[in-house]
Design a protein around this ligand. Structure first.
Ligand SMILES: Cc1cc2nc3c(=O)[nH]c(=O)nc-3n(C[C@H](O)[C@H](O)[C@H](O)COP(=O)(O)OP(=O)(O)OC[C@H]3O[C@@H](n4cnc5c(N)ncnc54)[C@H](O)[C@@H]3O)c2cc1C
Length: 458
């Protein structure tokens, strides 16, 4: 008996009993049965094979709606499963364990003059977490992360290990990417790399009504355009600051190759705090952003890729959190969606600290694709209280915004608070039935669970 226990401990590594886990918002405490922090593949395989109850998977825990946990689950905390397994500068390719952060990927590849093809805005997330939400960033001519991954290795509910790619076990590849840990544990990923390059920043303000034309002429087909986003000013939702990063040979104004880990974010935080205040939107548009964004800046692509969420902190505190929401609409529906967004937010007296506009190319086939066509994405960032009344109010206007996105043939993003009704989820993700059928086939006892799938999977 004693030998069996010692063997189990050796195999499974650090195992903590009954623990409350939460995410960055602090809004979703969940009591799980155990937390396992694996460092070796066999520990994951053995835990999945042997554990009789539910299993939930946690990466960086930057999702904001309980997507990493459910009651009484064994939570796999992937953050120490984080090694680089293979790297080839010639093939421009890296194979990593899924708990590695993008920051660690950047530190490994930067000395070789290489950069991830696609990642999201901040480098703190894990590769497995980013793949499981099919994340996106500001890269022009790119889109969901599925476009920037060659293959995956997955541990399925029966403990088997499968390699999946666009040509091999493609259903698993297109199901697990964007599958929020519902099909299995992503344990490894092979990512293509591109040259790191110097980028010069440009920024200009224009009416929202001219932004799409600007995007068509200056951004979409510009071979030097590497990153781009718009800032939609929320005083009256009618003007956009277009911020572009173009390949350049100009001398660097920022010498550091990556953002230093001890960077101070005081100015950025002050700017966001200002935008959050009553008349702050106008001040930000006319004073703060011109000062922050108009000056000449030439930096490495990896420098911009290595931003840290600390620039937003504190994201949450006692009784509040800054939270995100994101909506996707076909290109031609941008202005119509923004008109409706303003109406709904004004009607509910909601003040939004920041709205970022991004563009993504259509998804090549994930079952839970959020970009079914070339898409504009609107990312909302606002402060919310945790009191039940405030959460109920947010749930109510969020459902109105989801209806608005659906009415515009669009969708909404799933890593945030889970307010959508099941009907809204099914309307925004029309291939969910295929995802559920696949899950039923490969995970017949519904082993892989979390709050997202508890809400929508029957
Ligand atoms: C401040 C902030 C900024 C953000 N910016 C962006 C952005 O620019 N672009 C964007 O697309 N999103 C963005 N997000 C959302 C964020 O990308 C997602 O929450 C992302 O998944 C975070 O990665 P993570 O490692 O924290 O994953 P977690 O939150 O830990 O997990 C997310 C989901 O993936 C599953 N999962 C995690 N690891 C694995 C694995 N190895 N195998 C199987 N399933 C797994 C989890 O079960 C969960 O369902 C942002 C969020 C915040 C809070």
């Amino acid at each position: 008996m004693r030998i069996a226990v010692i063997f189990a401990l050796l195999l499974c590594g650090p195992l903590q009993a009954s623990e409350i886990v939460n995410d960055v918002s602090g809004f979703n405490p969940v009591e799980v049965a155990q937390v396992l922090v694996p460092t070796r593949l066999e520990q994951i395989v053995e835990a999945v094979r042997a554990h009789p109850g539910p299993i939930a998977i946690g990466g960086g825990r930057y999702s904001m709606g309980g997507q990493t946990a459910t009651e009484q689950a064994l939570q796999l905390d992937m953050r120490r499963f984080n090694r680089v397994l293979e790297f080839s500068a010639e093939r421009r390719e890296i194979r990593v364990q899924a708990g590695i952060t993008w920051r660690d990927v950047l530190e490994h590849i930067d000395p070789h003059g290489l950069s991830p093809q696609i990642m999201q805005s901040y480098a703190n997330f894990t590769v497995g977490g980013a793949l499981s939400v099919n994340a996106h960033g500001r890269y022009v001519g790119q889109g969901p992360l599925v476009l920037g991954v060659r293959s995956l290795r997955l541990v399925l509910a029966d403990g088997s290990l499968v390699e999946a790619s666009p040509t091999h076990y493609r259903e698993l590849f297109y199901g697990a990417i964007g599958g929020y840990g519902g099909l299995g544990v992503i344990v490894e990923a092979t990512l293509p790399l591109v040259p790191n390059s110097k980028l010069a920043r440009q920024s200009e303000v224009m009416p929202l009504s001219e932004y799409r034309q600007f995007f068509d002429k200056q951004v979409r087909n510009n071979p030097d355009m590497v990153m781009h986003n718009g800032i939609l000013y929320t005083d009256d939702y009618s003007s956009v600051r277009a911020v572009s990063y173009l390949r350049s040979d100009a001398p660097l104004t920022v010498e550091e190759r990556l953002v230093p880990n001890d960077r101070s974010y005081t100015i950025m935080r002050a700017a966001l705090g200002l935008a959050d205040s009553k008349s702050g939107g106008k001040l930000r548009e006319t004073l703060v952003d011109p000062w922050l964004l108009d000056g000449e800046r030439v930096q490495w692509r990896n420098h911009e890729a290595s931003l840290d969420v600390r620039e937003l902190q504190p994201i949450s505190g006692p009784g509040y959190s800054y939270v995100l929401q994101e909506y996707f609409v076909p290109e031609a529906r941008l202005e119509a969606f923004v008109g409706g967004l303003k109406r709904i937010l004004d009607a509910h007296g909601v003040r939004v600290a920041n709205i970022s506009i991004r563009h993504a190319k259509a998804d090549p086939g994930t079952l839970l694709a959020w970009a079914r066509a070339d898409t504009f994405a609107l990312v909302l960032y606002y402060r919310q209280g945790s009191a039940p009344a405030e959460r109920a109010a947010v749930a109510s206007w969020t459902r109105e915004l989801i209806d608005l996105a659906i009415a515009n043939q669009g969708s909404y993003y799933l890593p945030y608070q889970i307010h959508a009704s099941r009907e809204q989820f099914l309307a925004a993700y029309p291939r969910a039935a295929e995802f559920f059928a696949l899950k039923k086939r490969i995970d017949p006892t519904n082993k892989f669970r979390n709050k997202l799938w508890d809400a929508y999977y029957r």
